[in-house]
Design a binder for this molecule. Structure first.
Ligand code: HEM
Length: 364
């Protein structure tokens, strides 16, 4: 089975070459999407179909979590989230659903942002596999990645885990950071952390988990023939729900101590950390009270660079390093800025119409 994994080079010069390659690949990719998507089409690289909401984040910290200056028991921060889908403009397709969190009331600046997607694992595991996925997308009429899934069954397994078809609400899904981050608290000990958000009501069952047909063919994300839900049904459901009641999530963390000669597979976002050994523990509660309009939703940008000291990205050494995914994300900040600039220059994108242009990868 092909996995696009390579052991780190041993020689100093070999490692230097790897770092230079990572630097150029990440910066060139960031620049390319800044121009082709941010500036030219005023779109995000992914997750364009979404809706934002605002409310508060209240720290309710499990006392067994190591202390960190940012984590202050009882403190309440403003919180904005964006619920979105990757990557089609049709809520009734089988797509990845997301919850991105920003602990501030600004469009971009924030002490803490986190992008979370449904499913605990993902379709790619390092920059090299991410670029393969992008290259092999070949999207047509809502079918994509068929060659990639054939070549990389691990990626297909990630898709099966992460896609959701016709969930009844964003509010009953569980969302994961998948990639690990640093966790260096007051004691200075090197630890690693993953994050997730789950419905506040623990009895709620997750909807939209894909079934037999979609599990066999995750490449076919098209709506089911005879679908009665409209293109915006899931966003509309959130807006209606928030008119009547708040939406609440627990925000949780999984932490593990670093080891000498670390087994690199702990950084692989296609492998879960054992929940018995590294239990999910509460950090706080997200309470959403109000939906944001289309323009404000679009203006929001979330970045892996928006993290407190000690909680940021784990350094990466090459495009094969699992941590290169977050390195790549950090270097795509320019795309976010380009998108915001394009809004100023050319105006905001128009809203997704409730027409019959189904399975669409454009806003029309
Ligand atoms: C498992 C890893 C990843 C997760 C969980 C993830 C999650 C997300 C989510 C949830 C969004 C939507 C944010 C919103 O609603 O505005 C997003 C957008 C985006 N992601 Fe990722 N992503 C991952 C990997 C990557 C990688 C490897 C890249 C690298 C190049 C990347 C680049 C971007 C960009 C450029 C955007 C749009 C930013 C904007 O214009 O605001 N992501 N991602």
């Amino acid at each position: 089975m092909k996995t696009i994994i390579r052991k780190p080079k041993k020689s100093t010069i070999g490692r230097l070459i790897d770092r230079i390659e990572l630097f150029f690949v990440a910066h060139l990719f960031g620049m390319a999407i800044a121009i082709t998507m941010g500036l030219m089409t005023r779109e995000r690289m992914s997750h364009n179909n979404g809706i934002a909401a605002k409310g508060t984040f209240t720290f309710d910290i499990d006392p067994t979590i190591p202390t960190h200056p940012f984590l202050q028991q009882g403190k309440v921060l403003p919180c904005q989230v964006r619920h979105a889908m990757a990557t089609f403009y049709d809520d009734a397709m089988a797509t990845i659903r997301s919850l991105s969190i920003k602990l501030s009331d600004q469009s971009f600046q924030s002490p803490f942002d986190m992008n979370l997607n449904t499913g605990s694992i993902t379709l790619f595991w390092n920059a090299a596999s991410f670029l393969k996925l992008a290259k092999m997308r070949r999207q047509k009429w809502g079918i994509e990645y068929q060659d990639y899934y054939k070549k990389y069954p691990i990626g297909k397994a990630g898709a099966i885990e992460t896609l959701r078809r016709n969930p009844t609400s964003f509010s009953n899904l569980t969302y994961y950071s998948k990639t690990p981050f640093n966790f260096i608290g007051d004691d200075g000990v090197q630890r690693y952390a993953k994050y997730r958000a789950i419905p506040f009501d623990l009895s709620v069952k997750e909807s939209g988990i894909i079934e037999e047909r979609d599990r066999l063919e995750p490449e076919n994300q098209r709506i089911i023939p005879g679908e009665t839900r409209n293109r915006n049904y899931l966003k509309n459901e959130l807006a209606d729900r928030l008119k009547n009641q708040p939406v609440k999530y627990w925000y949780q963390i999984q932490i593990r101590d670093a080891q000498e000669n670390e087994d690199q597979s702990i950084f692989n976002c296609c492998i879960d950390w054992d929940e018995n050994e590294f239990p999910w523990r509460n950090l706080g509660v997200i309470t959403l009270n109000e939906v944001l309009d289309w323009d404000s939703s679009n203006k929001l940008g979330f970045g892996v660079v928006n993290m407190p000291k000690g909680l940021g990205c784990i350094p990466a050494e090459s495009i094969y390093d699992y941590n290169s995914l977050n390195y790549m994300r950090a270097k795509t900040e320019i795309a976010r800025k380009a998108r915001l600039l394009a809004y100023k220059l050319f105006g905001m994108p128009k809203e997704i119409p409730e027409n019959e242009n189904r399975n669409s990868s454009t806003i029309e």
